[in-house]
Design a protein around this ligand. Structure first.
Ligand code: AQP
Length: 327
């Protein structure tokens, strides 16, 4: 029996190389090893304001990017979260057993709500319970994510344990699958903050669909420091981030990279990184264009994905409802 994997990305903006290196690329690498479910989590995206037409288009864009990056919709289940109502239903049921205090501790909520705690949506606060439902519906053993999401996976385990304790064995306890390198790619213009889709600054993230010119502009202007020498020093945040991206895309070791850049400066590193990023994204962008040229194919993939996801999730939802006394 293969272990089960569940993961997803929000269609809340342009996907960037942080999403790719921290999540999607890792999904592709382990695709053959596991039984996979990959979701476009659009119900998470509406926890902050979204323009309906943009959300609709971005949802398709994210699904097409999954496939362009190498997710095979025959091998893995690829679907849109809102096409499978079990996610909404289980969230309400789990809300009934999740203490507010657990959600109050979530650092992502604190960061995203900031000073606006009273005016952000209830959904933003409840985001981790929806995420728990996503994972628990598919009996996922593993959830490959960037390090920003590990607290949510811990919470998912706590919720599952509480449900099982209260109503009998129902849910499997999942584990986060986090890579050591690339788990947190930082913003190019502010390398103490994580690269993020919803950041207001356009210079912080290299988007997966950026043109070579845009990639060049962003990387050449990336914030570094006044020190000399190219080395993997985590205290030199900007440089460390650029070198991490270089390492992940080149496949070279840290020693190889440091000796390659010995005696060279930032300009050299940035120029080489631009070429590496452009060349790494080129095949993804080409496949993306092919997929988007056939919109019906994409709709068919998502309809089939929703059918497959519904079969799995409905069975689990029914069991949870029975155990809770809801049927
Ligand atoms: N900077 C990052 N480095 C490594 N991994 C990252 N991930 C996100 N940013 C980085 C991983 O990408 C997956 C999908 O993320 P998400 O869309 O669910 O939401 P997020 O974590 O909140 O990502 P963003 O890009 O910052 O989106 P917004 O700005 O919309 O909130 C997750 O596995 C995440 O760990």
């Amino acid at each position: 029996m293969k272990k089960k994997v569940f993961s997803g990305v929000q269609p809340s903006g342009n996907l960037h190389i942080g999403n790719y290196l921290g999540a999607i690329r890792n999904w592709v690498e382990v695709q053959g090893q596991y039984e996979n479910v990959f979701c476009v989590v659009n119900a998470h995206a509406i926890t902050v304001p979204q323009e309906p037409a943009v959300l609709h288009a971005k949802t398709r864009e994210v699904a097409a990017i999954y496939m362009a990056c190498g997710i095979d919709p025959e091998e893995s289940v690829v679907f849109v979260q809102s096409h499978v109502p079990a996610h909404f239903e289980l969230t309400w049921m789990l809300n009934g057993i999740t203490p507010m205090g657990w959600l109050n501790r979530m650092t992502q909520f604190k960061e995203k709500a900031g000073e606006e705690r009273e005016s952000v949506s209830t959904g933003l606060f409840d985001y981790p319970v929806l995420m728990a439902s996503d994972i628990l519906l598919y009996d996922a053993d593993l959830v490959p994510v960037g390090s920003d999401q590990t607290q949510h996976i811990e919470l998912t385990r706590d919720i599952a344990q509480r449900f099982n304790y209260l109503f009998g064995d129902t849910f499997k306890l999942p584990q986060a699958l986090v890579r050591e390198t690339g788990a947190r790619i930082m913003a190019l213009d502010e390398p103490t903050k994580k690269m993020s889709k919803s950041s207001e600054s356009p210079m912080g993230a290299v988007d997966l669909l950026d043109t070579p010119d845009a990639i060049k502009r962003k990387i050449m202007r990336a914030v570094t420091d006044p020190l000399r020498g190219i080395a993997f020093d985590p205290e030199r945040h900007g440089l460390f981030n650029l070198l991490t991206i270089y390492q992940l895309l080149s496949g070279s070791s840290r020693d190889q990279i440091e000796s390659h850049f010995e005696g060279k400066g930032y300009a050299e590193l940035k120029r080489e990184l631009v070429d590496l990023v452009v060349e790494s994204l080129r095949p993804i962008q080409e496949r993306y264009a092919q997929i988007m040229a056939e919109p019906q194919y994409l709709e068919d993939v998502l309809a089939r994905g929703a059918e497959r996801a519904s079969v799995i999730s409905e069975a689990k939802l029914r069991q949870a409802k029975e155990h809770m006394g809801l049927l």
